[in-house]
Design a protein around this ligand. Structure first.
Ligand SMILES: Cc1cc2nc3c(=O)[nH]c(=O)nc-3n(C[C@H](O)[C@H](O)[C@H](O)COP(=O)(O)O)c2cc1C
Length: 285
């Protein structure tokens, strides 16, 4: 793969001050970033399926991805080439009408993060009072209060992912009936980012206990732009094998068969043969 040497502003470790540094961007199609030896592997079927090793990598990223709020390694920054790969993966998500309506605000500055943390604390207190109103189970409240629900200050980098409904608009192909498809597109980008980060050994935590109004003010987001996700990223010293909320006994994972129906809502498979998992690969599945 060929790289272009670029010179431009880079976020420094020094709390978000911009410095000018050189960095490298891949010149060719991002597909070239995938090792080429498997592309024409004999084990690939002619139907363009991935080789077993490639499939294993993909499923490993999916099943071992976690929402991470703790275990961040202090003072370990994300190298700019790794960050570029993760953001470029996000940028290659599907989007309604190819509108690519996302932006990524990269936040290293500590004083900005302190303000975001204050917004979290305010909204967190509100969430506790909502829990008290709707649920008189004292143990549930105690459990909720024992959960770590953000890693705003401890993570190496925060990213606010936003939605711009005006991009390539007002007519956006495919968004004419369901307006939310723009936001769905941004969520697709976030999932790409999350999986790419996992493949790079970087944890991501999504913090939604925040006020969008506060985010707008703190991050100087214009009125027509909507914050969709506030993410905390960093190298971690562990990825749990199950969601933290499952480990804490907050909620269990539903069986996949319980969320599938056939032809119409709630109906079983008319042929009587349910979808079954057939172990094929030696994966973590
Ligand atoms: C839209 C969205 C918002 C979320 N907000 C929070 C949050 O504010 N705090 C938190 O601790 N986790 C948050 N999460 C993470 C979920 O709790 C987590 O994805 C879920 O428990 C499953 O765990 P896993 O991601 O490790 O598989 C959020 C996830 C999504 C998709």
């Amino acid at each position: 793969m060929e790289f272009d040497r670029c010179i431009g502003p880079q976020l420094s470790e020094n709390n978000g001050t911009n410095t000018t540094k050189s960095f490298y961007l891949p010149r060719q199609n991002p597909l070239d970033m995938i090792s080429s030896h498997n592309k024409y592997d004999d084990s690939c079927s002619p139907s363009y399926s991935f080789s077993d090793i490639e499939k294993e990598g993909l499923y490993k990223a999916i099943f071992s991805r976690r929402d991470v709020r703790s275990h961040f390694i202090a003072d370990k920054d994300l190298p700019s080439d790794v960050l570029f790969r993760i953001l470029n993966a996000a940028h290659h998500a599907p989007s309604v009408g190819f509108s690519q309506p996302w932006n990524f605000i990269l936040i290293k500055n500590k004083s900005i993060r302190i303000q975001v943390k204050e917004s979290f604390l305010k909204e967190y207190r509100k969430s506790i009072s909502l829990l008290e109103e709707n649920d008189d189970n004292k143990q549930r409240k105690e459990k909720y209060m024992s959960l770590k629900l953000e890693g705003i200050m401890e993570s190496a980098l925060n990213i606010c992912v936003t939605y711009d409904h005006t991009r390539f608009g007002p007519f956006v192909l495919g968004r004419t009936s369901i307006a939310e498809t723009g936001v769905y597109s941004v969520c697709c980008a976030i999932q790409n980012l999350w999986l790419a980060a996992r493949a790079e050994g970087i944890g991501v935590g999504w913090v939604s206990i925040l006020s969008n109004e506060d985010l707008r003010k703190i991050l100087a987001v214009p009125n027509h732009i909507r914050p969709i996700a506030y993410l905390c990223l960093g190298y971690v010293n562990e990825f749990s094998d199950k969601p933290d909320l499952e480990n804490a006994g907050w909620l269990p994972r539903l069986e996949v068969s319980k969320v599938i129906c056939y032809d119409q809502w709630g109906s079983n498979d008319p042929s009587g043969s349910e979808l079954r998992y057939k172990p094929q690969m030696n994966t973590i599945l």
